[in-house]
Design a protein around this ligand. Sequence first.
Ligand code: ADP
Length: 279
Amino acid sequence: MALLVSDSHLINLFQTYKGWFYVMFTAGLLFLFVKRHLEVLRAAQQRALEGDRLKTAFLANMSHEIRTPMNGILGFSKILQNDEITPEEHNAYLAIIEKSATRVMGTINDLIDIAKIESGQMTIRSAETDILQLLEEVRQFFSPEASQKGLRLAVLPAESEDGGLPFRTDREKLFAILANLVKNAIKYSDRGVITVTCRHEDTRLHFSVTDTGIGIAANRLQSIFERFVQAEEGGARCVEGSGLGLAIVKAYVEMLGGSIGVESEPGKGSRFFFSVTSL
Ligand code: ADP
C-alpha cells in the first residue's frame, strides 16, 4: 500500500516535471521563433530604410546634376541670341554651353552604365592591350585639366624591357576605371601631385592613384563605393558629381577579376588601389 502511494506520488511528480518541461520547451521554441522573425523583419526594415535613403539621395543628386547644367545651357543659349554681345563673349558662352552639355551627357552615361551593370547586361571585351600606351593616354587626357588647377599629374609606368607592357584585359573598362579615379583626384584636390602607378606581378596588374587633396573621413571610406553615395551628404558639397563614379569603378574592377580599396587621411589626401587579372 505504502509502495502504491509512493508510486502515485512519484508519477504525479514525474507528470508535473514533464508538464513543466513541455511548457519550457514550447516557450523556448516560441522565443527562438519570434526572435528569428523579429531579426528578419528588422533586416527587411533596415533594407527598406536604406533603399529609401538611397532613393532620396539619388533624386537629390540627379535633380542637381541635371538641372544645374541644363540651366546653364538654356540661360546662355538665350544670351547668345542677343546681337549686342562681342565675339569673345560669344565664344566664352559657347564654351560654357559645351561644358554643361558634356556634364549632362556624363551623368546620363553613368546612369546607363549603372543600369547595365545592375541588370547584368554589361559585357567584357577582352583583347591584348598595351598598358604603357594606355597609361600615356590617361596622362595626355588629364594633364591639361590637372595643370589648369595647378596640380601635377605624374604617371609612373611599370618597367618593361621592350618598351611596352602587353596584357589581356578589357581596354575600355580599364581606361574608364583609371579615368574615373584620376578625375576624382583632380576634382577633390587643390594643390600638390596626383600620382598614378602600375606594377606587373605574374598574371596581375596592380594600380594606384594617389592625391594630396581633401581626403575622406574614416567612417565614409567603405560607403563611397555604393551607388549614389557621396562622402559629404546633406548639401555640404561644392563640387559636381552624381555619386555613381566609384560604384561603376568597383563593378568594372570586379569584372576584370580584381578588387579595389582606399586609404585616406582627411586634409592630407587619398590613395585608391586596385588590381586586375589577365583575362
Ligand atoms: P561623385 O560623382 O560624387 O564624385 P563618386 O562615386 O566618384 O561620385 O565618389 C563618391 C564620393 O567619394 C565623392 O562624392 C567624394 O565625396 C568621395 N571621393 C571620391 N574620390 C575622392 C578623392 N580622390 N578625394 C576625396 N574624396 C573622394
